[in-house]
Design a protein around this ligand. Structure first.
Ligand SMILES: C[S@@+](CC[C@H](N)C(=O)[O-])C[C@H]1O[C@@H](n2cnc3c(N)ncnc32)[C@H](O)[C@@H]1O
Length: 270
């Protein structure tokens, strides 16, 4: 057996995604001797442990289940939630907009269920999270630990970011909370010049208020986008967009912290 095949074998303790014939998805952690109950039958964990990823496993009623390790996107959509998570399509765009790379330092507020934290950490960032609710902070810590283990790159503090940011020198500030304009003065103090701030907001009214506040701040090169994600139905000669899509999630606004001596304009044309 080559090393690639060995890596594909499912082990006790692995998190896996079970997919039934109707493409319903279940996220479970394999435990020797355990059983997973669905309304179309029971699947023994022992039948999956030792099987190669991508196998089809029969349940107690003969219905078959495909078993693979979940992607980050699968985990985000299925994991326990405190607060509403940011959707994978927006997480993907955020990583690129905020230019996350190994070693980039991020102040994230509020961390909610930890979906954004997971995406940032997986891309190599070092994250300090602020969250006002202890129960949500615990959910975020638990979700991050389940994905990546306990690690030194992640710390969640019980703090109200509207009251200030304790540390300084962050490369990035990412915000998923209702009034990010209240964070701009604190972010100016806590970030290095050239750093990128990103705020995720569900409504255009909030986005507009943020953009107006940015006009009177040290941030420049502001831009706002929305990600539209449409899947397609492809079956034999029936090839068309799916009838349903995620209609609206939120708006992403990013801006760069300018150097205080960098001139008066907010852009080269300014
Ligand atoms: C929508 S949730 C964030 C979800 C998170 N981005 C995720 O992907 O899982 C917003 C969070 O912001 C927190 N929050 C609201 N105001 C805050 C503040 N001033 N400081 C810190 N956290 C705050 C809320 O408690 C909530 O958990």
């Amino acid at each position: 057996m080559g090393p690639d095949e060995d890596r594909s074998l499912l082990r006790d303790g692995d998190r896996v995604l079970l997919v039934d014939v109707k493409e319903r998805r279940y996220l479970i952690t394999l435990r020797a001797g355990a059983a997973f109950h669905t309304h179309v039958g029971i699947v023994a964990h022992d039948d999956m442990i030792g099987a190669p990823e991508g196998s089809t496993i029969p349940g107690s009623t003969g219905r078959r289940f495909l078993v693979v390790r979940p992607t980050l996107s699968d985990v985000v959509l299925k994991m326990p939630r405190g607060a509403q998570v940011i959707y994978p399509k927006d997480l993907a765009a955020m990583l690129m907009e905020v230019d996350i790379a190994p070693g980039v330092t991020v102040l994230e507020a509020g961390v909610g269920s930890g979906a954004l934290s997971m995406a940032l950490l997986r891309a190599g960032a070092e994250v300090v999270g602020y969250e006002v609710r202890e129960d949500f902070a615990q959910v975020a810590r638990m979700n991050v630990a389940a994905l990546l283990g306990e690690g030194a790159r992640y710390r969640v503090e019980l703090r109200d970011v509207y009251e200030g940011i304790e540390e300084g020198g962050f490369d990035r500030v990412v915000l998923d909370l209702p009034e990010p304009w209240r964070v701009l003065p604190h972010a100016e103090q806590a970030m290095r010049p050239g750093g990128i701030l990103c705020a995720y907001l569900p409504t255009i009214n909030q986005t507009s208020q943020l953009r107006q506040a940015m006009e009177h701040s040290a941030f420049g090169l502001a831009s706002t986008l929305e990600v539209l994600h449409r899947t397609w139905h492809i079956e034999a000669r029936s090839v068309r967009p799916d009838h349903r899509m995620v209609g609206h999630t939120g708006f992403l606004t990013t801006a760069r912290l300018l150097h205080p001596d960098g001139g008066e304009g907010r852009s080269p044309q300014g």
